[in-house]
Structures are given as structure tokens and as C-alpha cells.
Design a protein around this ligand. Structure first.
Ligand code: A3D
Length: 311
């Protein structure tokens, strides 16, 4: 069987890490694309030069945005093109800059990788994935946003750390939009089936919920420049791998809702099944009144951001 092809559009901090992880897992041949063509080519070459040491048999190449033909026939496109929010930049400013990038990228994908499964990471996430869906015109199962896997992974780590257990054994579910009002669902989280309340008191759990919501901001403050990239890249790779290997993992992702959770026509973080068919199913879990109210608030924020795209 021919090797699969993974196009990484945006070869910055996350793009470079995605390339490394995709190659190490031998998910397929990787092509990096960036407006800074030299960066895409340089990172690809740097990684190629590790092949003798790391023993992976996939190739990595790079290209610029003047010629999207390099992504021809890609099975998966992971999009990080755009800018992270800089100090003093409003969410609206960020939306304008990144909407322009996503629109151009979506046109390139539509032309050269019309059958691809597209994972969007660029912020503001829930409106950028919506824009990707609108501009490509791809079916809803082939466009998805990465956020919930990352938010849940952060929650898993914080619970594991506080309870003195491996984060691997923490099951976590964070739903809603990717913003300060995301919805970590304690009732659907556990340590290998053991309810969190058996291991941690309410004050600790409340603090973990808050820390999860602010997880991205904490890393931005520590780094001083740029935002998190290792965990976001690992999260998107989990989604790409589930698609490429038809693993049918249940992962919280930003997916198009058509009535589920009372939401229509918006991309919102919900648990989905990712397999060879892309987003194969949206899972609906029962929410109590408090959880429903939190989700409704989060959906309102998504709605406002999407309205600004005017798409
Ligand atoms: P960065 O290292 O700046 O990389 C972005 C790359 O995109 C740069 O190399 C740019 O040159 C390139 N680029 C800009 N415009 C275009 C274009 N039109 N076509 C192709 N390439 C372009 O940022 P990063 O990798 O740290 O982050 C990338 C995006 O992910 C940002 O928007 C972040 O806010 C976002 N992000 C999202 C999450 C989520 O959980 C959703 C987490 C972390 C970062």
C-alpha cells in the first residue's frame, strides 16, 4: 500500500512538532507548507537529516504558499497557519488576520486535496474551523477542530498530579467552545472508573477546573512569546492517527452540530468517534441543568465569534 500523505499547513512551533511526531509514528509522508517557504523547507530538511538516527521511513518535504500543488492528494491536512494572539491584540483583531489565512489555506486544500480529512488548530478555533468548512464546502465529517483533546489532556494531567496517579489512568471530558468558558465535566471524568470525588475534595476539583480553563494562558505567560505547542501537536496527532489507522477513538473535538445538544450549524467541542470515515459520530451525553447552562454560555461565545466571520 502506498504511504499516506500528511500536509501540515503552517510550519511554525506546532507545525514543526507535528512533523516530528508524524514522522516518529510513521503516519505517512509529510509535507510542510508556510508563507515563510524557507522555514517549511528548513524544518523538513532538518527532520530528514534525523532519519538515520531515528529510523523512520517516511519522507519530509517543504514548500511555500505560492504553490499549493505540493499538498496534492494529501489524506490529512493539519492547519496551524496564522498568528497566535500577541499582547495588546484583541480577539477580533486575531480573528481578522487568521480568517484571511484560513480562507487562503482552505482554497488551496479544496483545489489540491479535495478528499482530505482536515484538522484545524488555528485560533479562534471554533470560528476558524467553521470558516474552513464553509470555504472548502467539504462534508461535515471531513472538517474538525482540535481543542477538546488538548483541554482534556490538561485536565487529565492536573488530576493525575493532584491525586498522585498516572494521568494515563485519568479519563476526562471537556466540552464546549475553546475559550475561558469551556466545560470540564467532572461527572464524566474518573480515575479508571473511580469517581474523582473519592480522590479529591471539592476545593481541589474546583481549582483544577479553573486551571484547565486557563491552561493555555498559563503557558503563554511562562513562555513570554508564543503559545503552547507540544501538547497541541500531540493532541492533533492523536486525531490524525485515529483517522489514518481507523482506530475509532472517542475524542472531544470541535465538530459540526446539527441539533445535538440543542445546537444547530455551529462547530462546538463534543465527544466524537474518529475513524476512517473522519468524524463518524457525535456522541450525546446527558447533561444536568448546571452543565447545560455552562454549555449554553460557551455556545453563545462561539456564536458571537462565528458571526464576526460573516460567512
Ligand atoms: P507560529 O509558530 O506562529 O506558526 C504559525 C505559522 O503559520 C507561521 O510559521 C506563519 O508563517 C504561518 N502562516 C501565517 N499565515 C499563513 C498562511 N496564510 N499560509 C501558510 N502559513 C501561514 O504559531 P503556533 O504554531 O504556535 O500556533 C499556530 C496557531 O495555533 C495559532 O493560531 C495559535 O493560536 C493556535 N493554537 C491553538 C490551540 C488550540 O488548542 C486550538 C493551541 C495552541 C495554539
Amino acid at each position: 500500500m502506498a504511504r499516506r500523505k500528511i500536509a501540515l499547513i503552517g510550519a511554525g512551533q506546532i507545525g514543526g512538532t507535528l512533523a516530528l511526531l508524524a514522522a516518529q509514528k510513521e503516519l505517512g509522508d509529510v509535507v510542510l507548507v508556510d508563507i515563510m517557504e524557507g522555514v517549511a523547507k528548513g524544518k523538513a530538511l532538518d527532520l530528514q537529516e534525523t532519519r538515520g538516527i531515528q529510523s523512520f521511513d517516511v519522507s519530509l518535504t517543504g514548500g511555500g504558499t505560492t504553490d499549493y500543488s505540493v499538498i496534492q492528494g494529501a489524506d490529512v491536512c493539519i492547519v496551524t497557519a496564522g498568528v497566535p494572539r500577541k499582547p495588546g491584540m484583541s480577539r477580533e483583531d486575531l480573528l481578522k488576520v487568521n480568517l484571511d489565512a484560513i480562507t487562503k489555506v482552505a482554497q488551496g486544500i479544496k483545489q489540491y486535496a479535495p478528499s482530505a480529512f482536515v484538522i484545524v488548530i488555528t485560533n479562534p478555533l471554533d470560528s476558524m474551523v467553521y470558516a474552513m468548512y464553509k470555504v472548502t464546502g467539504f462534508p461535515k465529517n471531513r472538517v474538525v477542530g482540535m481543542a477538546g483533546v488538548l483541554d482534556s489532556a490538561r485536565f487529565q494531567y492536573f488530576v493525575g498530579e493532584a491525586a498522585g496517579v498516572s494521568p494515563q489512568d485519568v479519563t476526562a471530558l471537556v466540552m464546549g467552545g475553546h475559550g475561558d468558558d469551556m466545560v470540564p465535566l467532572l461527572r464524566y471524568s474518573s480515575v479508571n472508573g473511580v469517581p474523582l470525588t473519592k480522590l479529591l475534595d471539592k476545593a481541589k476539583l474546583d481549582a483544577i477546573v479553573e486551571r484547565t480553563r486557563k491552561g493555555g494562558g498559563d503557558i503563554v505567560a511562562l513562555l513570554g512569546t508564543g503559545s503552547a505547542f507540544y501538547a497541541p501537536a500531540a493532541s492533533a496527532i492523536a486525531m490524525a492517527e485515529s483517522f489514518l489507522r481507523d482506530k475509532k477513538r472517542v475524542l472531544p473535538c470541535s465538530a459540526l452540530l446539527e441539533g445535538q445538544y440543542g445546537v444547530k450549524g455551529l462547530f462546538v467541542g463534543v465527544p466524537v468517534v474518529i475513524g476512517a470515515g473522519g468524524v463518524e459520530r457525535v456522541l450525546e451525553v446527558d447533561l444536568n441543568d448546571e452543565e447545560r447552562a455552562m454549555l449554553a454560555k460557551s455556545v453563545e461565545s462561539v456564536k458571537k465569534s462565528v458571526a464576526e466571520t460573516k460567512l
